[in-house]
Every structure is written in C-alpha cells, then in structure tokens.
Ligand binder design. Structure first.
Ligand SMILES: *Cc1c(COP(=O)(O)O)cnc(C)c1O
Length: 306
C-alpha cells in the first residue's frame, strides 16, 4: 500500500461543441496541485518496485523547471525513499531560490546536484552515475522524464472503460511514455494524437518501443519553436481558454496541445472523429516561472483567476 493507491480515475469535463466536435477534458491535473498528473502515473509502479526491492535511494535528472524532478521529490518523500536530483546547469547551484521547482524539490528533501550541460548530456553513459552507484548501495536510477516500462504501465490506467466511447484521444508528448500507455489502453478503432512539446524527431521510436499498436500519430506542428518557447498568440489563446472554460493550461505542454486541437478543427483539417477526449496532464507549476519570463520579454502574462 503506497500513497499512489489514492490516485483513482479523474473526472471528465465537457467543453462546448466546437464546429460539430464534442471536446471533453480529462482532468489529470487535479491529481495534485504542484506535481503533474501524468508524472504520478509514471512513478507509481517504479516506486512500488523500489519499495519491494529495498532500494535505498532514487536518482533522477531534470532541468530547473522539470515537472518530473518535482514529482520524484514528492513521491520520494511520501514513500520515505531519499531522492537525488541531477540538475542541468551549474549556474543553478547558487540560485535555487530563483526556481520554484528546485525550491520545491529541496523542501521535499531531494539532494540536488548541479552539473554542467556537457556532463548532463553524457549523464546516462558518463562516469557520474557509476561513481554514485559505487558509493551508494541499492541506488535506483530513473531515466530523464521517468519513461520506462513501469511508467508506461502506470499511464495505461489513465483511460477507463467509459472512455471507450471517444473517437480520438489527445495527449502531450515530452518523452512519449504517457502516449505509449494511452495507446496501449485504447481500442483499435480509437485514434491517439500526440502533440509534441519540443522538436524531438526521435520520439516516435520511443513510443514504438513501448507499444505494438498502430492507431496513433505524432504532431509536431505546434511546438512554437521548441521546449518552453511561447508566442503572444499562444498566451492569448490560453487566457481566452481559461476565461471560457475555467480550466488552467500550462505553457509548456497542455496549452500547445489545445491550441493545436482548436487550430486543426477550425481550419477543417481535423479528421479523427467528432467525439474527442483531451488528457490534461497537469504541469501547472510551470505557470509562475513562465510569467517571470514573459514579464522580462514584455509579453502578456498568463491570467488565471477571478
Ligand atoms: C512531463 C509532461 C508531459 C510529457 O510526458 P511524457 O510521458 O514525457 O511524454 C506532458 N504533460 C505534462 C504536463 C508534463 O509535465
């Protein structure tokens, strides 16, 4: 029994009919207010495995705004397994206060280690892990973004039997683990559209590694220039979306996906059926840091509230 058992299926919220298309949002973001919904799904069976195998600590990786780092720190605290976070960018060492994410990780007891971008790039094959593993007995290493077989298994629990009525399922893509899990739990006649949040042409390979099914496709037209890049048009869309539906979107993943879905429908390029389920995977802790960036660039801010 772990705290993950408390995470059950989440609610579906209907939006208006958009040009004949019925859009429903699955509120995975409501699983936790800081930690992304899909990250809990991805961690569940990994942490259960650590507890079962007496792993003494868990090491993982991420940038200064990584939802995955925050989720791992929190899960570690809840499961009483110490966590180590390898953070990209040595410059963050002296300005943890400047990152809400890193602050949160530290407050959960995560041991943060800062490395240069060069060391970070080699993190999986470099000497960094070997050195730590030789020093620490039973150290588990979780890949960046948390995607592995057990993560995909957790994401297979996002869809329920009631969701078999939908023609299309939409999700965001970082590493592709969430999408693979969703695909595995669909019927063959359903179609899964994944919206890439970064320019990552290799992601289809990752998804193929975790699913045998072929009822899916990756869309990379709505990356807005790359990971965490935004435009004024996107911010305006997200603010309007909130005004209309009272659903906050995050600027890195779900905002871009919903922009893409609305754009495909409005430009009459949508051809995946009229009953659409959108997975809101969370990421809302990224709003505050994004507003700081937007302020610096003199762009409109994200306004959620009132
Ligand atoms: C991490 C994250 C994703 C991407 O999940 P992957 O399994 O890495 O593709 C999507 N949405 C949000 C909000 C996330 O934090």
């Amino acid at each position: 029994m772990t705290f993950f058992n408390a995470i059950k299926s989440t609610t579906n919220q209907s939006l208006d009919i958009l040009e004949g298309h019925r859009i429903t949002v699955k509120r995975e973001d409501l699983i936790h207010k800081v930690v992304s919904g899909n990250k809990f799904r991805k961690l569940r069976y990994n942490f259960e495995d650590y507890l079962l195998n007496d792993k003494v600590s868990v090491l993982t990786f991420g940038g200064a705004f990584s939802n995955h780092l925050a989720a791992t720190a929190y899960a570690g605290k809840m499961c009483k397994i110490p966590t180590i976070g390898i953070v990209r960018g040595e410059e963050w060492e002296n300005k943890v206060e400047g990152s809400r994410t890193l602050n949160f990780c530290r407050s959960q007891g995560m041991d943060l280690r800062f490395v240069s971008r060069a060391v970070y790039r080699e993190k999986e094959k470099g000497s960094l892990i070997k050195e730590l593993q030789s020093k620490m007995r039973n150290l588990a290493v979780l890949p960046e973004g948390g995607t592995n077989e057990l993560a995909v298994k957790g994401c297979e629990e996002i869809l329920t039997e009631a969701d078999q009525q939908f023609d299309a399922i939409c999700c965001c893509i970082g590493t592709g683990g969430t999408m693979a899990g969703l695909v595995n739990s669909t019927l063959n006649q359903q179609f899964v559209l994944g919206f890439n949040a970064l320019n990552n042409p290799e992601v289809s390979k990752t998804i193929k590694a975790f699913t045998q099914k072929e009822n899916w496709s990756v869309f990379s037209n709505y990356t807005f220039g790359g990971y965490a890049k935004v435009s004024e048009e996107l911010i305006v869309f997200m603010n309007n979306f909130y005004q209309q539906y009272k659903i906050p979107l995050d600027p890195i993943y779900t905002g871009k996906m919903l922009f893409g879905i609305f754009d495909l429908i409005k430009s009459k390029q949508w051809s995946w059926g009229k009953n659409i389920l959108v997975i809101h995977s969370g990421g809302l802790q990224g709003i505050e840091p994004m507003n700081l960036q937007l302020k610096k660039k003199r762009l409109p801010l994200l306004h959620y509230g009132e």
